[in-house]
Design a protein around this ligand. Structure first.
Ligand code: GLU
Length: 372
């Protein structure tokens, strides 16, 4: 299908801007930001809603203090992010204001998307900003994030932001034209519909001296977006008016398209954000009920319980071969599950008395990996 058709009905776009696009000689460049802002504002004038994810805080800080990024320790990098983030925002603010637009800064850590309430809070804030015509400008909260709560790179962060705001398209702007099939090809691929081992191998590793992400982090972002049933595009942010071109249906960059199924927002959160606290193994009958009949999971099909979890936690669901086939939000604690596994609803009522749930995991609170 031509690009124009694919992008039809598109309203909300997340645009990720890599460090290399907005730095010159190791310093943040107003000229480069200005050029991108002109393109972003033009999108807004065409009634698209825009969210920006920008890198560059560490480089901005290091540039301002005359430090070499490669030589910095982790706390020093975090300190540079603290200095640089305000410089970065100041630049974006000045550029957007020239066009009568205000910006709002949102700094996220991985923790913010793992907890359902914080995830929803973030969504409400984004929506409020967008409704006011303000441009949300996002970065990772580098100054406080430690390894355990880091996204680690802004490609992955931008995919989560796209999920939070339910964007139809994530555009990752960097200094390459797109995804190349072979090194040395003169044109990048127009489209990628499946990310297999071959594609992963071609992506290689590494990032540049400026940013953290290479092609492999972009693929990780693409996997999240494709499984959610949305679109992602990698394009060269140095191309003048690249955003205008792409919404006009011109073939620029590489478009990643997943399945047609738009995963519900709650399911995306279960799939990509929440950590599994335990597992339950189910029998063959229950596997068929989940996978083929698309039913909820009942206690009668549960054979074994692993880990410690509470009602509302996520657990992995294992088939008789021990393969993880699903993940869901469980209605019972691990201790309760031990009592009721293998039991019928009537027996559960007798064992637990009073309040009980019909289902161990409701269909709406569950993702089946094979069907993603
Ligand atoms: N959050 C980092 C920064 O603003 C960039 C991470 C990345 O390059 O992906 O400096």
């Amino acid at each position: 299908m031509p690009r124009k058709g694919l992008l039809k009905g598109l309203k909300r776009i997340v645009v990720k801007i890599g460090t290399s696009l907005i730095t010159e000689d190791g310093k943040i460049s107003r000229r480069c930001i200005e050029r991108l802002v002109v393109d972003l504002v033009a999108l807004m004038e065409r009634k698209y809603q825009v969210v920006v994810v920008t890198s560059g805080a560490i480089s901005a800080g290091a540039g301002a203090l005359g430090k070499k990024r490669e030589r910095l320790s982790i706390p020093e990098k975090q300190a540079m992010a603290a200095v640089g983030q305000s410089i970065l925002m100041d630049e974006y603010r000045k550029c957007f204001r020239k066009h009568g637009r205000e910006i709002g800064q949102i700094l996220l850590t991985e923790d913010d998307v793992k907890h359902r309430r914080r995830f929803l809070n973030a969504r409400h804030t984004f929506n409020a900003l967008i409704e006011m015509g303000v441009v949300p400008v996002v970065n990772e909260n580098d100054s406080v994030a430690v390894k355990e709560i880091r996204f680690g790179d802004n490609d992955t962060l931008s995919a989560h932001v796209a999920n939070i705001v339910e964007a139809g398209l994530l555009v990752i702007l960097s200094d390459v034209e797109g995804f190349y099939h072979e090194l040395g090809d003169d044109k990048p691929l127009d489209e990628i519909r499946v990310i297999d081992d071959e594609v992963r191998r071609r992506a290689g590793g590494a990032g540049s001296a400026h940013g953290t992400g290479g092609m492999s982090t972009k693929l990780r972002a693409a996997e999240i977006i494709m499984k959610s049933g949305e679109l992602m595009l990698i394009a060269n942010g140095r191309r003048p008016g690249v955003l205008q071109s792409l919404v006009s249906g011109e073939v620029v960059g590489t478009l990643f398209l997943g399945g047609k199924n738009h995963m519900q927002s709650r399911k995306r959160w279960i799939a990509f954000n929440v950590k599994s606290m335990g597992s339950i193994s189910i029998d063959r009958g229950a596997v068929a009920a989940l996978v083929e009949s698309k039913k909820s999971l009942l206690a009668t099909g549960v054979v074994e319980v692993g880990g410690r979890f509470n009602p509302g936690d996520a657990v992995d669901v294992l088939d008789p071969a021990g393969e993880i086939i699903a993940k869901g939000i469980i209605n019972y604690s691990a201790a309760e599950m031990e009592l009721i596994r293998g039991k019928k609803t009537r027996e559960i009522r007798e064992i637990l008395g009073g309040t009980y749930y019909e289902e161990v995991i409701n269909r709406d609170d569950m993702i089946i990996y094979e069907q993603m």
